[in-house]
Structure formats: C-alpha cells, structure tokens
Design a protein around this ligand. Sequence first.
Ligand code: NAP
Ligand code: ZN
Length: 354
Amino acid sequence: MKTYAYAAMAPERPLAPFSFERRALRGNDVAIEILYCGVCHSDLHTARNDWSWTNYPVVVGHEIVGRVLQVGPDVTRHKVGDHVAVGTMVDSCQHCDQCHKGEEQLCREGNTQTFGGVDRISGEPTMGGYAKHIVVREEFVLRVPEGMDLAKAGPLLCAGATTYSPLRVWNVGPGSRVGVIGMGGLGHMAIKLAVALGASVTVLSRSASKESDATELGADHFLISSDNTAMDKAASSFDLIIDTVPTKHDLTPYLPLLDVDGTLCIVGQIGPLDEINSLPLLLGRRRVAGSAIAGIAQTQEMLDFCARKNVLPEVEMIRIDQINEAYERLERSDVRYRFVIDMATLTEPQTEAA
Ligand code: NAP
Ligand code: ZN
C-alpha cells in the first residue's frame, strides 16, 4: 500500500514530506488510516539521532489513533471501521516467557519498535505514525474505548502507558506518596494517572510557571527542584518517584526524598547519568529502577482505566507542517503538555524530499 508521511532525512534537517510503501496485508494484519498522532520526546531524540542508532530516512510517531481500513483473513480482534490505536511496539517473538506473560516490551528477543525497528519477517525498517496509514499485526493493535475523544487519545499510547506501568508495578493506590520529576508529556500523564489511582502526588519541576497547572491536574504539592530548603523539607516523604527528565542529570538530590524502601524509577533519560552518591541508597534501603513502556495487556488496561476515570492528556493540536516548530518548542519544554498532529492536514505530496 502506497502511503505518504513526514520523515527525518538526516539529524540536522527538518522533517519533510516523504512517500513509501506499507507492506501488503499478511493474514493477521490490520491496515489503519491514521487520524491523529501524538508527538513524543522520543520522536525528537530519534529524528535528531540523540541515541546514535537512527537509520535514515525514518518516519517517527508512536502515539497513533486511527480507523481500521482493511483486515487480513485471519484477523479476529478488529473489524473494518473500528477505532484503534498503536503504541510503541508492533511485534515481538510471541513465544518467550515475557511475551507469554503479556510483557512484550520485555521480549527476550527484543520487541519490534513502531519506528526504527526491523520487521521480523521482511527485514524492512519499521516506520511510525507521522503517516497516512500503518499496517500492524492484530495482537499489537489496541481498542480505543467507546466514546473516548479520538483527538486526545494518542498520548495515552506512549506517555500514558509508560507512566501507568511503574505506577501499577509499584502498587500505587490510595495512601501512596508519588513524586513526578519533569512536568512534560510523560510527567503530566504520571500526575493524572497517579491522582486517578488515589495517590498523593508531588511535582518536582524546574519551572515555577507550571505550579497552577499542576494543581489543576490534581497534584497536592509542587516543589521547585532548585529550592534546597523545600527539597530538604521533603526528605523521606515518597514511596515512588517517577523521573521523566529527557537528558543526562544528577539523581543525587532526589534520592533522600524517598522513604525507606522507596524507589526512584527512571523512565526518561536513556544512557549515562551523572555519578550518584550511594549513601542515601544504603542508609534508606532505597532503590533506583528503570521502566520502559508497557505490555499490550497493560496498555489496554490503561486505556480502559482512562475511559472509566475520564483521564485524558492536555493536548495542543497542530498541523503536520507545524512539526518542526513543535520540535523546537518541545526542546525548550514549551508545550502544555503534548502536541498531537491532526493527520487530516497531511496531504499527498506533489514533490518528494530529496
Ligand atoms: P517532554 O514533554 O519534553 O518533558 C520532559 C520534561 O522534563 C520537561 O517538560 C521539563 O519539565 C523536564 N526537563 C526537560 N529538560 C530538563 C533538564 N535538562 N533538566 C531537568 N528537567 C528537564 O518529554 P516527554 O515526551 O515527557 O519524554 C521524556 C523522556 O522520556 C524522553 O527522554 C523520552 O525519550 C523518554 N521516554 C521514555 C519512555 C520509556 O519507555 N521509558 C517512553 C517515552 C518517552 P519541567 O519544566 O517541569 O522541569
Ligand atoms: Zn514515546
């Protein structure tokens, strides 16, 4: 199937119109017309080759919401016309212990990412959601709950899933004390989800200007991370801290904020962090952990939970031709709190990117 998209062609070049072939439908495939796609900081990291593993050209985007156009003959879970969603994964081995547990993100053979991955059958590079269509095996296609606002659902697929998973793994519920470092796309979803689970939530931010928004989203407290007095006063007051900071940073100031047996879970920065002081870990039996995205079953659970609890991201809708400007704003943390591309603004290109 011929489709069109916006692609990154090189790290220093703006995204530009691009056409390519989606694979012909296999028996268990679903072809989706993409209606909306959220803009994750991982899209920007990939387009700019921040992680040194980008192969160009690449079409990024893994917060995909659309409508089923066509299904392969063996598909049982979805039918033409359904509203569906695709997140950060499009395949996994399906036979290891982790896949059997529904933790495909932890697949022993490595999951196949929605963009920047390699198709397990054809060997072709996978291309993401800044495109008109996508073809995905049915097991990796999520159901958008009936009545959910399609224009806002996209960011749940990555920002929502990535923050919901550690909240569930560490059993957050009424009485839990949760800290969230960084109030961006992931951070604002962590606040909303933790509040909906009944936790008391504190935002740890560099930006005083976000305090009133944090309160509106349901946070109980707001701490400026550079305010040492406030940080000292918050010592030993969290069970779980979710760290969404996208760049290399120092964890040491945050570790004393954990109570005994508390956990700081990194979901942001991938790669080296500043050296940490182990003393607060030893003295408080505190832990530093990490978490990546969520399995398919848990992602569906999160979507259904959000529908029940009326949890949706705060979004700023953009046209596809505003994507480069949106990236500049994302880099400056100037987004409240997730850009979503209205894919109706993506039209078939007249001229190709060279
Ligand atoms: P985002 O919207 O840019 O939000 C990041 C927030 O972190 C900013 O709003 C800002 O909040 C804070 N921040 C930014 N730069 C900082 C710095 N230099 N020092 C301290 N704080 C800083 O990004 P996002 O989409 O939420 O993604 C966050 C990170 O998670 C990215 O690195 C992304 O690749 C990663 N990610 C990981 C997974 C996973 O599976 N683990 C999934 C998706 C994304 P304040 O203004 O409040 O300080
Ligand atoms: Zn993402």
